[in-house]
Design a protein around this ligand. Structure first.
Ligand SMILES: Cc1cc2nc3c(=O)[nH]c(=O)nc-3n(C[C@H](O)[C@H](O)[C@H](O)COP(=O)(O)OP(=O)(O)OC[C@H]3O[C@@H](n4cnc5c(N)ncnc54)[C@H](O)[C@@H]3O)c2cc1C
Length: 299
């Protein structure tokens, strides 16, 4: 049995692991992909204290990974988290782990683009994780969205590609600074009030993207479409009985949600890290309490 299970090694989960290690507790830190979480997708982070000039998401992820080196990462996806007889059970495709305490740091999943027809062969060219296409160059890429993530993706990809941002609305939801940078960028075209209606395949294998707009039908050619229309908490793996009793478990201090998975609009790396550190401290308190109680019983 493990002391603590942490599900997700993004900033929140890694911070919880670092804090627990300070107390001599060895958490089992699960990661289904690559430690660092969404930081790998972030172009430039300006609001993480300690880096006055800002830092790229990739570099910050690398620094976090360096700091968790002494903590072993279990590179498995937790496909189910359930509760039985006083223990949490984390099931992965290969194994089964148990602990009395769990930290859920699983972040968010992207909202999927819908509302248009698409040639089946082209569906694989719609992506939601920038890591899949970050190394591409000289491609034509359409980004759908109007928030910080859409504009940050555009600035990132426009270093080596030409980018079109499609926004259904005439309003953006992103930092003005990001929008200004994107609008000034020679490789970025911004199209408000533009909605994808149909994606076909050209003879050359490119996507032909038909869009409606106030100026009539617009047709773009593209290699990829990137969805950036929002994110939802990543909680599919939590069993319905754990979901039902989550508030009670949280009150007891045996279950902790940290970072983007619970932060709604306040999805920021520094907040996620603070959440993780706090959970680590609360878990330490809980472990001490439990030890004290069991010492009293055995005296
Ligand atoms: C384009 C972009 C730009 C950004 N810019 C900034 C910025 O400038 N400033 C800022 O503060 N923040 C920024 N952010 C947000 C920041 O990256 C997040 O707030 C932060 O990464 C959240 O950390 P987290 O640990 O809560 O979640 P995540 O980073 O999402 O990490 C969750 C981790 O859990 C893993 N996981 C999920 N489910 C399971 C499972 N069942 N089993 C095992 N592993 C699992 C995932 O693979 C992932 O690695 C940006 C994000 C994006 C996408």
């Amino acid at each position: 049995m493990d002391d603590v299970l942490i599900i997700g090694a993004g900033p929140a989960g890694m911070a919880a692991a670092i804090q627990l290690k300070r107390y001599g507790l060895i958490p089992r830190l699960f990661e289904k992909s690559q430690p660092g979480g969404l930081l790998w997708n972030a172009n430039w982070i300006e609001n993480y204290p300690g880096f006055p000039k800002g830092i790229s998401g990739t570099e910050l992820a690398g620094i976090f990974i360096e700091q968790i080196k002494p903590i072993m990462v279990t590179h498995e996806q937790v496909v189910e988290l359930s509760w039985k007889k006083g223990l949490f059970n984390a099931i992965t495709p290969n194994s089964h782990y148990q602990a009395k305490l769990v930290v859920i740091a699983s972040g968010t999943k992207p909202k999927i683009l819908t509302g248009f027809s698409i040639n089946n062969e082209m569906a694989k060219n719609i992506v939601y994780d920038l890591r899949l296409i970050k190394e591409q160059s000289r491609k034509k890429i359409i980004i759908v969205g109007s928030g910080d993530i859409a504009f940050d993706y555009a600035l990132n990809l426009a270093k080596e590609n030409s980018v079109i941002i499609l926004n259904h609305s005439d309003q953006t939801k992103c930092l003005k600074r990001l929008q200004d940078q994107a609008e000034d960028h020679q490789n970025i075209e911004y199209c408000p009030q533009t909605r994808i209606e149909k994606v076909e395949k050209s003879l050359e294998g490119e996507m032909i993207v038909e869009c409606s707009s106030p100026f009539g039908l617009k047709i773009f050619r593209s290699d990829y479409i990137v969805g950036a229309i929002g994110r939802d908490p990543q909680i599919d793996f939590i069993s319905s009985s754990v979901k039902k009793c989550a508030a009670e478990y949280e009150k007891k201090g045996i279950l902790h949600f940290v970072g983007d998975v619970k932060n709604g609009l306040f999805r920021q790396a520094a907040i996620a890290v603070g959440d993780g550190i706090r959970a680590g401290m609360l878990i330490h308190q809980k472990v001490e309490e439990n030890e004290h109680e069991s010492n009293c019983i055995h005296r």
